[in-house]
Design a protein around this ligand. Structure first.
Ligand code: SF4
Length: 194
């Protein structure tokens, strides 16, 4: 094993240990890990991605398992489902006020706090490196990236100078996007460089 292999192996070990630590904190926070992930997802997903099917894809679970997660969150009053205004046959999920309040107690915040103690340079390097690893593994396993519009090949940025608040455009879905929309994650996203 070379030095590089040793460092790469240690990165995997550290990610595994951090993951276990996060999961144990999550159980203590009153929700199981899938329920916390679903809450985080619904807080960050755009309006085209807040469906039970997209949530199942994000969680890497079956639709049945994702549906059980949603039902449990609905029973706790943290998530609600409503008819999609763009397609009355479809369901759109969203956080309730209590769901947003609950997210303020997200155990991941403690980890973000620890990361913020690193230098800006270390944070940027770690974020870029972990993002690359995640991207590689997602491609290898045929998983969707769930990135944001800003890095999507279907994103058309408009009027940078005169209209800094948008609207931009999605040429896949043929809809206008606000500046806020462009920072949300999307089930249809495909990396601009892919
Ligand atoms: S531009 Fe890409 S990420 Fe944004 S809404 Fe369209 S498909 Fe989704």
């Amino acid at each position: 094993m070379t030095d590089g292999d040793g460092t790469a192996g240690r990165i995997g070990d550290l990610i595994d240990r951090l993951g276990r630590l996060v999961r144990s904190q999550e159980q203590a926070g009153g929700l199981n890990p899938a329920q916390w992930e679903a809450l985080r997802y619904l807080a960050r997903a755009n309006r085209f991605s807040r469906s039970p099917g997209a949530l199942a894809e994000f969680l890497g679970s079956t639709k049945g398992t994702a549906s059980q997660t949603v039902l449990a969150l609905e029973r706790k009053g943290l998530v609600r489902r409503e008819r999609d205004p763009d397609d009355r046959r479809a369901v759109r999920l969203g956080l309730t006020g209590a769901g947003r309040t609950h997210l303020r107690r997200d155990p991941l915040r403690e980890f973000a706090g620890a990361a913020s103690a690193l230098t800006k340079e270390a944070q940027n390097g770690l974020s870029a490196g972990l993002g690359d690893i995640l991207g590689q593994l997602q491609r290898h396993n045929g998983r969707r990236p769930f990135g944001t519009c800003q890095h999507c090949r279907f994103f058309q940025r408009r009027g940078a100078a005169k209209q800094s608040d948008g609207p931009h455009r999605c040429i896949l879905l043929d809809v206008a996007l606000s500046e806020a929309d462009s920072g949300l994650i999307c089930v249809e996203q495909e990396e601009a460089s892919a």
